[in-house]
Ligand binder design. Sequence first.
Ligand code: ADP
Ligand code: MG
Length: 660
Amino acid sequence: MDLNNIKGIGNKTIELLNKLNIYTTDDLINYYPYRYNVYKPVDLNLCNETLNVTINATIESTPKIFYLKKNLNRLSFKALTTNLLINVVIFNRAFMYRNLDVGKDITLVGKYNKQKNTFVASEIKLSCITETKIEAVYHIIKGLKNNVLSSYINNALSLETKYLDYIPEYYLRKYNFLTKKSSLEIIHNPKDVDSLKQAKIRLKYEEFFIFMLKINYLKNRNNKILGIRKEYDEASLHEFINNLPFQLTIDQNNAVSECLLDLRSNKKMNRLVQGDVGSGKTIVATISMYANYLSGYQSAFMVPTEILAKQHYESIKKLMENYKVNVDILIGSQKKSEQNNIKRRLENGEIDILIGTHALISEDVIFKNLGLVITDEQHRFGVNQRGTLQNKGISPDIIYMSATPIPRTYALTIYQDMDTSIIKTKPNGRKDIATYVKKENELKSVLLSILDEIKKGHQVYVVAPSILEDETRNLHDVNNLKISFDKAFNNKVKIDVLHGKIKAHEKEEIMKRFLSGDTKILIATTVIEVGVDVKNATTIVIFNAEMFGLATLHQLRGRVGRNDLQSYCYLISDSDADRLKVLEKSNDGFYISEQDFLMRREGDLFGTRQSGDMAFKIADLKNDFKILLQAKSDSAEFLNNIDNLEEKYIKLLESVTNVD
Ligand code: ADP
Ligand code: MG
């Protein structure tokens, strides 16, 4: 239903709601509170708590207003609460003056000082709360008050007649779940803690059930689909492998064999190649694409950032130089005419390997005979995007590559629809990256170490969380760091700045200068997080390290230590040292992701971004893992035992396989 069906919602409000990703009444109903305020009125005479108490009271004197400063005023009045006459003070509520008549019953929340007999209220409610009251608190934005949003939601709830429920009858009864309707009513207007808990569990289960249904469906589908049996000349492939600039590690060799076996079989390949940062996944992809080329098919290689696309393009083109393979790149920042040219040549079969960002999945990109699709840094793409690229060919083989920033137990669940190859060991001669957590006031020693490395001819990354000065949060930003570094090194060291807002062609120039060794220090935001490969860089300094999840820090650290030189990582932070020290101790991505999972704060697990896979509304991966496992086996059981799926499930599952 459209939002303007709801009382009080006009175009202005719709704009505000859109900012919260609310576009329909259904979105509104499913916009869950992130926490609750619990009001339980107490008797001040009997109360030991003095902080954050809720009391009912009657106003006994006309309030006085004091204007203290421009943005500061104070209301004070006397009130009677269970035969105690107290002084009430509340700041910045002058606007409530008219509503505070003598004799009125109100509820106050705040702090009571017994000696002064003064109640400093932080909240004032114009009605009496008799029993316990639980109030939903939503993430809001400027212009939209919590209680207003709440009234919209309740309005939408009362208008809605049909609630889409994805939990099948059988499980509803089995677990004695609340109905969808009442759980939604409770989640927005809880009456007591017990039923709130039940409503939450039910909604979490449903969310996981839907998610696992998609995964299980993909798995079943993949098992049934026949792929293309690829045939290529083994001798030519071996020649290619033997002429690589390095020898493959044992794990790389195994991964390559597994991919090739899948290519040659008539089963459709659906394989996840997992390997820590720097373990050398790209070459596995490259060899597979070459085999696919030898079989006469096109390959698509999709990566999450343009920088990465360019880098892969350059290195793969170089490796293919002597083999008549046409490698090309398609990214959003190219000129339309250039893009059209590439699309035309792609459709004619003049391009063998196309590398790109999700520009590759736009509708007008048509392959002549797509045989292999590879996505790099898979965790950046969502379940719904998984199906998109493969629809472009007649059942192409699929390889996903991921640096596993997720714990093993969890990976088993969400990637269970795939076969996996694991690359554990790093290429020979790689040393662990020496990692140090440093305080801001130890920066000088870090600068000296940087200078040492630069003198040895090596290069340095410096990472900061923001682009511009951020006074409110007091974070380092790349522009100011450039100024400080220039000053510290007397302008004698060549430094560049890189971030997402810089124009594409400039970015390219900056990366080129760094790659050529011309620039010694690259100060960047996390745009360099994934995949960037500059072998000569041996040091990375990360400012405000406390702002990042461990998995992100590990990925960032993986930018150095990419050849046999000893590399260094400095995590600069004045807080959160215990968590950061996990990185001092370990270079093992699997271990770090488990630790991250255990220690993370809300929303931290996958760095600052939530990948499409992980965007749950109410369920929480860490705390609700048991519910996830239950939903996993139930959804598999459900799919296996049903012959005709209801319409709503068909619609749901179509979203997994159709173009977004
Ligand atoms: P990731 O797994 O993080 O994507 P890359 O594929 O980018 O890692 O490889 C990291 C670096 O290691 C690259 O510079 C690559 O050329 C190099 N490399 C990969 N395999 C080997 C190997 N067997 N021996 C030596 N260097 C290798
Ligand atoms: Mg990579």
